[in-house]
Design a protein around this ligand. Structure first.
Ligand code: ZN
Length: 288
């Protein structure tokens, strides 16, 4: 869950050059004009990326050629794909898992939108899991987008994922619940629905819950050891997680898993009190 800067590549020029080398070559000016109009439409719609008009008639079989050049071995096609990979980081922008984004996902799938097969802002460096799970359904029936778009959803650059660690009973967090609240300035209710669906469909919610349960157990033990050794106190715990958030945000963005966890700790006074006052080992430690 990270914002990426959209690659600005001379997409139409590259299409011209690649399609001039297929057999038979595609050179019709009207075709390229239609393609350019389609790209402008995508860019205009993209901040919201609601379901948009089907492509106009007249593309015909030429779209198969566009679909085909994406996989081409031509140098220009390879350089294009490399440029897309370079705009990513070392974590997948969709899920934030630590595996590298070794593949390229077509945000609007090639099978449904072949005209965007080779359109730079439709191509996102992605981990194999997200690439596989993201399928043809990009909108629900109400027209709400089901996945976050790393180039266009601006709130991805702000801390928009907030972790609420809920005690199983008053002030007791041995078996807490993990809830996620999506909030940032100017987020709409549609944006929140998109976040919900993105988290569920890509399995992020389930993986984060497991990951945070284990991090919290480890943190409880660390706090207990620190108290025994150096009289660790509330302000030390608060400082640690604020500094953690800052450092991880600098390196991996404000919604990397570590930053979300750190915010979830320092914003929860009763949890911090629990960590500082209850034994970590009681009842065999926190279990889930
Ligand atoms: Zn991923």
């Amino acid at each position: 869950m990270r914002q990426l800067v959209a690659p600005r590549l001379a997409t139409i020029d590259i299409h011209h050059r690649l399609l001039a080398n297929v057999h038979p070559p595609v050179t019709k000016k009207a075709f390229f004009r239609k393609l350019a109009a389609r790209f402008r439409h995508y860019e205009r719609m993209a901040p919201k990326l609601r379901r948009f008009n089907p492509r106009p008639a007249g593309f015909g079989h030429l779209l198969e050629k566009v679909h085909g050049v994406y996989d081409s071995d031509a140098n220009e096609a390879k350089e294009f794909r490399d440029a897309i990979r370079r705009c990513g980081f070392d974590r997948c922008p969709y899920c934030g898992r630590t595996r590298p984004p070794s593949q390229i996902d077509h945000f609007l799938p090639r099978s449904v939108f072949p005209e965007f097969s080779f359109f730079s802002v439709n191509l996102v460096p992605s981990c194999p899991d997200c690439n596989r799970v993201k399928d043809k359904d990009i909108w629900n029936q109400a027209g709400v987008r089901l996945f976050l778009h790393p180039y266009y959803d601006r709130f991805l650059g702000l801390p928009f994922v907030h972790l609420k660690i809920v005690p199983e009973r008053t002030e007791i967090f041995y078996v807490p619940l993990f809830e996620f609240v999506f909030d940032a300035p100017n987020m709409s209710s549609n944006d929140r629905d998109t976040c919900d669906s993105h988290f569920d469909k890509l399995g992020i919610r389930r993986d984060l819950e497991r990951h945070f349960a284990s991090l919290l157990r480890a943190e409880h033990r660390r706090v207990e050891r620190s108290i025994a050794v150096a009289g660790y106190k509330y302000s030390d715990l608060d400082d640690k997680h604020r500094i953690d958030e800052e450092n991880f945000t600098r390196e991996f963005g404000p919604n990397c898993w570590e930053a979300i966890f750190a915010r979830g700790i320092y914003s929860n006074q009763s949890l911090m009190t629990f960590l500082l006052t209850q034994p970590a080992s009681r009842g065999g430690a926190i279990t889930r």
